[in-house]
Design a protein around this ligand. Structure first.
Ligand SMILES: [Zn+2]
Length: 231
């Protein structure tokens, strides 16, 4: 059975703790948008403390393993809650894939590329675009701040943060309409089509009034509809 959006979101929830609120909101939007493209993702890393970063830097240098980062503690946007790493969440809901050629939704575009496209549209920078050390799972928002700015304690400017929220705001055309088309009957006879929206029915006044034996006059000067019933 396919994973539901709620299941996909829940799997990444704990990884979003400690992120900058705008980055957290943007990451949640990325999970939703990727899912809508047919690509469930898992956030594998969010905030990383300075100590965790130093331990990661040691890997492949003073400790066993392959080198996975060139950043020491304080030298990664992860250390300031401004970066996340993602992987493709496989249909079983428990394994992930870093296969950049995988096309799980079989739409002819690799899933990885679909996620990166969505991420960039939201305003993330992608580690795969870096020239020195490519970090394909990595997405970050710098808000125009250099790492030296962040080390000095600078915070993202309100205007830059607002831009992110603007980008992830649901689009008007994506709003689910609550309108329902209805038939309007007077004494059992259909007189018009109407629309039911949030508990109110909208229908042509003339059709209903005349079916009830009333007369209808529209006064353009006062923009008034006058319905008069027979006495
Ligand atoms: Zn990363």
């Amino acid at each position: 059975m396919a994973l539901t959006l709620e299941q996909v979101k829940a799997k990444s929830a704990t990884r979003l703790t400690g992120l900058h609120p705008a980055v957290k909101a943007a990451t949640e939007a990325l999970i939703v948008r990727s899912y809508a493209c047919g690509v469930p993702i898992l956030i594998t890393q969010g905030l990383r403390t300075i100590a965790e970063q130093n331990a990661l830097y040691a890997q492949g240098r003073t400790r066993p393993g392959a080198i996975v980062t060139n950043a020491r503690g304080g030298e990664s946007y992860h250390n300031y809650g401004l970066a996340v790493d993602f992987a493709l969440l496989l249909p079983n809901g428990s394994s992930v894939s870093w296969d950049m050629t995988r096309d799980g939704d079989q739409d002819g575009t690799p899933d990885w590329r679909e996620v990166v496209q969505q991420a960039k549209a939201i305003g993330f920078e992608w580690g795969g675009d870096w020239t020195s050390f490519k970090d394909y799972p990595h997405l970050q928002m710098s808000f125009g701040l250099k790492l030296s700015d962040l080390r000095a304690g600078k915070k993202p400017a309100d205007a830059a943060v607002k831009t992110v929220y603007e980008r992830i705001k649901p689009k008007e055309e994506n709003k689910v309409s609550t309108e329902v088309k209805v038939s309007v009957l007077v004494n059992g006879k259909k007189v018009a089509d109407g629309v039911l929206d949030a508990g109110t029915t909208y229908t042509p006044a003339r059709a209903v009034a005349e079916a009830l034996g009333a007369s209808v006059v529209y006064d353009a000067a006062t923009k008034t509809v006058k319905i008069t019933s027979r006495k």
